[in-house]
Design a protein. Structure first.
Length: 361
């Protein structure tokens, strides 16, 4: 019991154990938090009699906020394969759920799309077909006609899902029809202004919203960083790693860390692991070029390269190199390694920070 108390309330005490470093402590804390989350998830979903494997599947789908999301609406489970709407609805209604709850309608719409994809091989459903299928599911177990839902209730929830990007339109004609209905809803019911010049119909891959772009993967809409945002980010990193400025190395490291941390925290919802890996390589190459520029004199290069414990013949070869800073930075790749730049000199690893804060959805 004392060990569990330390893990839960005082994890920093684990540093007293020989062999446990700061990095290992972070891994232990992350692993323990995930285990606790899976336990809480299985307790919450005990009426569904789920297995640990299924709990892990749900956790991977919704991420760390799984318990909060499912407490708010168990019908979100309809997004996970294996949880049919009728199964979820039966348990919710047994516990006194509201038949007209918008979350119930949303769950039916999600399941109608999922069932159409898995059972019939469809990649999309027309709006009218989707509404009718969802309405059939919603009223399937309601024998009293006066308690049944109406098609307009389903249509209103579907419109709200399209407005929030949870469902996208398949064709341009459908999108134009949706846009025609959404603008009056925003202006008359929400009392908000709409910029008609920027409010247009376009393909999902060309949409730019708050710096994010979108793409389709396995029938689902996913977020990525828009190419314009990537270009802007790289231009700013170039400014921070210009070889001619007069910053000290600790000052440059601090500016880079501050910018990359804020940028990644903002785009943590995007799928960008590969982008972070390539950007890391490119950024470290620029940093090596900065160091090579600082080691301008041959004797300075001898001093710095010897400090890195290189063989004397290699020191002589590199110190007398007459290539430009960018070309020479390629040679420094085997000398100023990632471990030295990140672990010893403190430069940021964008990939490591992204993997730490990214949000799965």
């Amino acid at each position: 019991m004392e060990t569990l108390d330390i893990l839960q309330n005082h994890p920093e005490r684990l540093l007293e154990v020989k062999g446990i470093t700061e990095s290992k402590l972070e891994d232990i804390k992350t692993s323990y938090a995930e285990s606790r989350m899976l336990q809480d998830l299985m307790t919450l979903l005990s009426p569904f009699k789920i297995t640990p494997k299924t709990a892990l599947k749900i956790y991977q789908h919704f991420g760390p906020a799984s318990v909060d999301i499912l407490k708010k609406s168990p019908f979100e489970l309809c997004q996970v394969s294996g949880f049919g709407f009728l199964r979820v609805d039966a348990i919710v209604q047994k516990n006194g759920g509201d038949l007209h709850d918008p979350m119930r309608v949303k769950g039916a719409l999600f399941w109608a799309l999922e069932d159409s994809k898995g059972g019939k091989g469809h990649l999309f459903l027309p709006g009218e077909t989707l509404r009718k299928e969802a309405l059939r599911l919603l009223n399937a177990k309601i024998p009293v006609p006066s308690l049944r839902l109406h098609e307009q209730e389903v249509a209103d929830v579907l419109q709200d899902m399209i407005l929030h990007g949870e469902v996208v339109c398949k064709s341009r004609k459908s999108a134009e029809r949706t846009l025609k209905h959404i603008i009056p809803f925003i202006t008359r019911k929400l009392y908000l202004k709409v910029n008609l010049e920027k409010t247009t119909v376009s393909h999902i891959s060309k949409v730019k919203y708050l710096g994010y772009g979108f793409y389709r993967n396995k029938g689902r809409c996913r977020m990525r960083v828009h190419p314009k945002s990537i270009k802007k980010m790289k231009n700013h990193l170039r400014e921070l790693t210009v070889r001619g400025n007069k910053w000290s190395n600790p000052e440059r490291e601090e500016k880079l860390r501050r910018y990359t941390t804020g940028w990644i925290n903002y785009y943590r919802y995007a799928d960008m692991r590969r982008l972070m890996e390539t950007t890391d390589e490119w950024l470290r190459h620029r940093i090596r070029a900065v160091y090579w520029k600082q080691w301008k004199r041959v004797r300075t290069r001898y001093k710095m390269l010897r400090a890195l414990y290189l063989p004397e013949w290699k020191v002589h070869e590199m110190a007398n190199c007459r290539k430009g800073a960018w070309r020479a930075a390629g040679m420094l790749n085997a000398v100023l390694t990632k471990e030295i730049l990140v672990d010893r000199l403190g430069y940021p690893s964008m990939t490591a920070h992204y993997l730490k804060v990214r949000v799965n959805y």
